[in-house]
Design a protein around this ligand. Structure first.
Ligand SMILES: [Zn+2]
Length: 326
């Protein structure tokens, strides 16, 4: 949600003064955490490595449809530009598109809809509101954005700039909460308050948020087979490889299964995508295998937290989240 009112601006300044020292961190994006099942427009703001995880997509293709009623007319180019900003984030496979128009509204119907309306929980100083439809495991299965039709929407940079607010709301649609960064220039689009057409562009804080989602909940690129929604930590549906991990004191145990013998590579990465260690690099026979990771890299022990494991054969790939316990 995005607010425009002066009370909001005062609140933002007060927050800056109160936590000024904390905001010196380079990246301060937050993700939306909500373990409920159903339709929501709220969630906790958590960091990338939150033990409780966060809302995320499990498919690369995220097509939206544009309802041109009310002030939606003439906004297609602005919406397409907002979508392509997120699609263009390197290191993330989310393919956000405007796939056409629709007459559907702000309702759970399997269509990701962008529309203009009075209501839908967004009136007064609210500029736009996003709803996420969540399945178990914080999987986003649908999302809708309602722009407040009671204010004036433009495409020329004047208030209120459609592309800037759409870019922000599409960030919410991807599971990204408001950034904790305040007072920086240029501001991330996920800043909580409207700041003009500067919100059209993504900053490193915004891009890092989507890269965090990709690293923690890997999705294959759009051209590859889409991941099975029922087994988000395994490979693509019908895969003949599988990988899982469970924590143990001082490390983690990774378990993998092969339908047939293969040369495999099993590696551990951190949340930023950096290679930490290679656990297996060679032939393994068909069947189930277990490998212990002692929590160390080539340069020494790693801090406890969230890591990712990736197993590759020549034809397939499987990934799992690894919790490195104390
Ligand atoms: Zn917002």
């Amino acid at each position: 949600m995005k607010f425009r009112n002066r009370a909001g601006a005062i609140l933002a300044v007060a927050t800056l003064l109160a936590i000024g020292l904390v905001t010196t961190e380079a990246l301060a994006f937050r993700m939306i955490q909500n373990t409920g099942v159903g339709r929501f427009s709220a969630g906790a703001a958590v960091p990338c490595n939150s033990a409780g995880g966060f809302t995320h997509w499990t498919t690369a293709n995220i097509p939206f449809r544009h309802n041109t009623a009310n002030q939606g007319s003439g906004k297609g180019t602005a919406l397409a530009a907002a979508a392509s900003s997120w699609t263009g984030v390197s290191g993330a496979n989310h393919n956000v598109t405007i796939a056409g128009t629709t007459t559907t509204g702000f309702s759970t119907n399997g269509i990701n809809t962008l529309l203009w309306a009075n209501g839908n929980g967004c009136t007064g100083s609210c500029l736009a509101i996003t709803a996420l439809v969540l399945a178990s495991g914080q999987r986003i299965t649908e999302t809708d954005v309602s722009f407040n039709n009671a204010v004036t929407w433009t495409t020329n940079g004047n208030n209120y700039d459609t592309q800037a607010v759409a870019t922000h709301e599409l960030g919410h649609c991807l599971g990204i909460h408001h950034t904790n960064l305040t007072g920086t220039s240029p501001r991330p689009t996920m800043y909580a308050y409207y700041f003009g057409s500067g919100g059209r562009s993504l900053e490193s804080d915004d891009r890092s948020a989507l890269q965090c989602a990709q690293n923690r909940y890997p999705i294959s690129a759009a051209l590859m087979a889409s991941r099975s929604a029922e087994a988000p930590l395994l490979g693509a549906e019908g895969a003949t490889v599988a990988l899982s991990a469970r924590p143990r004191v001082g490390g983690a145990v990774l378990r993998f299964a092969l339908a047939e013998g293969a040369d495999i590579q099993l590696q551990v990465y951190d949340v930023a995508g950096r290679l930490i260690t290679t656990l297996v690099n060679g032939y393994r026979p068909a069947g189930e295998h277990e490998v212990a990771w002692d929590g160390s890299s080539s340069t020494g022990p790693m801090p406890s937290g969230v890591y990712f494991a990736r197993m590759r054969t020549q034809a397939q790939e499987a990934r799992a989240t690894v919790i490195l316990a104390e």
